[in-house]
Write a protein that binds this ligand. Sequence first.
Ligand code: C2O
Ligand code: CU
Length: 503
Amino acid sequence: MESGNDSARRIGRRQFLIATIGSAALASCARGDRASPSGTTVITPSASEVIEAERLRRRNGARIRDFELRATTSEIDLGGIVVTTWAYDNLVPGPLLRMQAGEVASVRVTNELSDPTSVHWHGLVLRNDMDGVPGVTQHEIEPGQRFEYEFAVPEAGTYWFHPHSGLQLDRGLYGAFIVDDPDDLGAYDDEWVVVLDDWLDGTGTTPETVFAALAQGMGGQGMGGHGMGGEDGAPMTRSSPLLGGDAGDVDYPYYLLNGRVTTAPEERSIRRGSRLRLRVINAASDTAFRVALQGHRLRVTHNDGRPIRPVDVEAVLVGMGERFDALVEVGDGAFALDASAEGKGSFARGVLRSSDGDVPVSDQAQGREPILLARTMPLAPTSVREPDRVFTALLGGDMMDYVWTINGRRFEDTEPFNVEIGERVRLRLRNRSMMWHPMHLHGHVFDVRGGSAKDTVAVLPSETVDIDFDADNPGQWMLHCHNGYHLEGGMMGQVNYVRAKRP
Ligand code: C2O
Ligand code: CU
């Protein structure tokens, strides 16, 4: 068992490794080559198969949508609380990027930060070399530099973007990416894009400081009495039966809905009786939210951007990286849209208003029974194809050293899951740790066995969740926990496309 010092040293080594890979040619990505089974070669992000897959995705004459993102240090007013943080275009959340299915996104990212950065397009089935993973699919974007992302976007949905560099997501670097479906026109009258977050940056600490404390063994149960209390000063237990025990590792002073603290919420005025589409995105690093709209039930229509068999619920539990869309018919009055920070004794809030009135001060989502997004049902029957390969990913952790692993290994030592184009692949996510993990696979939509299509799925302690996907998007793809601190602690693996060597 290693000491806290050892793990700090190993993290240093990983940063060094990534920097080294970044300055070498990515085409010979060392990690992939080393681990490819004999007789096969790795399909790298620049391989012809990747270009061919993109060609098939791209419609002739598809319109190109140009966007700009400037990652920069900003002063942000969260609603009476001003913090210095990192953000896109001086906004938290960052600018909303919006396009139509079938178009091509062209996003020019400028790095005005002091650190290297990157942008990952969460949930999009896109070309591998635009996936935004430094050291694997691209070089870091160095301070003062630019990177242009360009990729076809065939599928509508609610997506989002964030850096794939260290703990930068737990600052203000995130935003919604909405892809409209022309066929949706008329299905709703109005829309509210809701981005949830847990916030500590610039409040006397930073994500890196918090991670260092966790790595020094001040994590786990010990950290509750250790520092930042809840906004309301309530004792932090961070426990949730819904999540199978421990709800998170970090106590945050604030929870935000669209960049606003609970006491200064965003208000949306919407005509009574109109059909409102909510698009809810959990951009937090360590917090699941229980989302409910006072006085209404939610008709959940989409899970991680993809349509599901609609279901009417009291509340939805949304893990980090997950999204859901819901329809409501707006009643008469003012209603709190509350997002309980699950197990953390605090909440984020927005206000929906169709006439005058006040909303109660207390958390309106607390006590409402939520649906888990892992349990929604598909709109159309999912593929019954038997997998050609089955892999097990054991999710493990050591709270004392704050080491998080897949199959006993941290990312720098990962053994990739090797797949070939055309296969049906099953990943058996088996949680052997004491905590839940929202597991995300890049570049693919998977079918949760017994559930619907998703790209991020919560795996509770001692639970096993099977996810099946078609290996139809060649390249090198990350599989990781979307708890930012678990990810930084090593909980990331890799799905490698390989080609069998010609005889
Ligand atoms: Cu939302 Cu690997 O990312
Ligand atoms: Cu995790």
